[in-house]
Design a protein around this ligand. Structure first.
Ligand SMILES: [Mn+2]
Length: 416
């Protein structure tokens, strides 16, 4: 029975600068600069270790269009390792690394196929002298791709045992991604390919697991706090007439995680010295071998509220917790500690009072967020274009009013 084994990766975003961090740490900066390359190196190691037939890279190999020559050379060096091991690489270009951004003189190693942008290209992978798989793909020519790429795929035109389609494209629900090359899952299903190797959406997602499999492997290294959790590639094993095996393998150098810690009932500062440990315990899907960059958000009602809100206090704590944090492996580095705690006051009791504070609470709680904020907007005299930029949904408006209430209470209590 014929079998095919390959690794599908996408969105390597090599040489990502990681500007999203709020703190600067030399050791961490050094590690992050290497993170995307190290993740890719792990993918190459995996290909060799698992003796795959080939590697697929579904777009956004590089982070920027004005990619440095050094980054491209490092990428090519890794492809050479694959080629020397007899492993093929097939790749398409995405919106971050469209075809025009690749250095023209760059020689790609043997066994590497980069698909063009004018039409869907085809490459046949042979094993033991016989065609085993046909790979079809199309690249973005420029960063803004407004063609219907999915519509250009006409289905396999030969009778190789397996067929694969590759593109960098956006499904019905694009999430935070630019909606280039939109497609509907429905239209991919009847084209006749066995596997759709997709890229663009950074969150891993198997849209369909067989006949055909339609897969986003996600990016192999998260780039900010919007890209949390383990990140990697998928190892795919296909056999005719069987559901393909699709196994996720993590490759990230470091994980970004935001952790919320409820400080209700915490009244001593000693516990703050264990904040790193408390944060680790609250990470979902933790693994002892993983490294982390954390954003910690403190919440809840605590007598420590005032102290935590004092400027510089949390930053000092963060620095103390981080001493040499990024040096070891695995490591845990706290990028920021934010306080959304509230004063430890009994709202019920205050509301029952017969004073200014009670009146204020009742007044703010009786406000209808939509109407109140509209009044504020009108009173501000700002042009509609400016107001649209700070548009909040109704949950956001309720939240804002709640924050206003606590800010006022906090102020009153401080003054008392
Ligand atoms: Mn991308």
């Amino acid at each position: 029975m014929e079998k095919l084994r390959f690794i599908h990766a996408a969105d390597l975003h090599l040489d990502t600068p990681f500007r999203a961090l709020s703190s600067v740490d030399e050791e961490l900066a050094r590690r992050l600069k290497e993170a995307t390359f190290n993740s890719f190196r792990r993918i190459v190691d995996l290909c060799i270790e698992k003796e795959v037939d080939f590697l697929l890279i579904a777009g956004d190999t590089f982070d920027r269009e004005d990619q440095s020559l050094a980054a491209q050379l490092r990428f090519v060096r890794e492809l050479e390792r694959l080629s020397a091991a007899g492993i093929h690489t097939y790749l398409v270009c995405g919106n971050h690394d469209p075809l025009v951004s690749w250095v023209e003189e760059m020689q790609l190693p043997d066994r590497v196929v980069r698909f063009g942008s004018s039409k869907v290209g085809k490459a046949v992978y042979e094993k033991a002298g016989r065609p085993l798989a046909a790979i079809y793909g199309i690249s973005y020519r420029t960063a803004r791709e407004d063609r219907d790429l999915a519509g250009k795929f006409r289905g396999p035109d030969g009778d190789t045992p397996f067929s694969i389609a590759m593109m960098h494209a956006t499904p019905d629900d694009p999430g935070p991604h630019e909606p280039y090359a939109r497609f509907r899952l429905k239209e991919l299903i009847h084209k006749g390919y066995d596997y759709w190797a997709l890229g663009h959406i950074h969150k891993r997602n198997t849209l369909r697991d067989h006949a055909p499999a339609v897969v986003y492997p996600g990016n192999p290294q998260g780039r900010d706090f919007g890209e949390t959790g383990r990140r990697g590639c998928v190892l795919v094993e296909m056999e005719k007439g069987r559901k393909p095996g699709i196994e996720f393998i993590p490759t990230q150098e470091v994980r970004f995680e935001e952790v919320r810690i409820d400080m209700s009932g915490v009244d001593g500062f000693n516990e703050l010295t264990h904040l790193d440990r408390m944060a680790l315990e609250r990470i979902s899907d933790p693994h002892p071998e993983d490294s982390y960059i954390l954003r910690i958000v403190l919440e809840g009602r605590t007598p420590l509220h005032k102290r935590l809100a004092r400027s510089g206090e949390l930053e000092e704590l963060r620095k103390a917790l981080n001493e040499e944090a990024a040096a070891g492996t695995p490591f845990l580095f706290i990028d920021s500690i934010l306080s959304e705690t509230r004063p430890d006051i009994d709202l019920e009791e205050l509301r029952e009072g017969n004073d200014f504070t009670a009146a204020l609470i009742k007044k703010v709680e009786s406000l209808e967020p939509e109407a109140f904020l509209q009044e504020v907007e009108e009173a501000s005299g700002l042009p509609p274009a400016v107001l649209r930029r700070v548009h909040l949904d109704s949950a956001g408006k309720r939240d804002l009013l709640e924050k206003v209430k606590w800010m006022l209470l906090d102020q009153i209590i401080k003054e008392e």
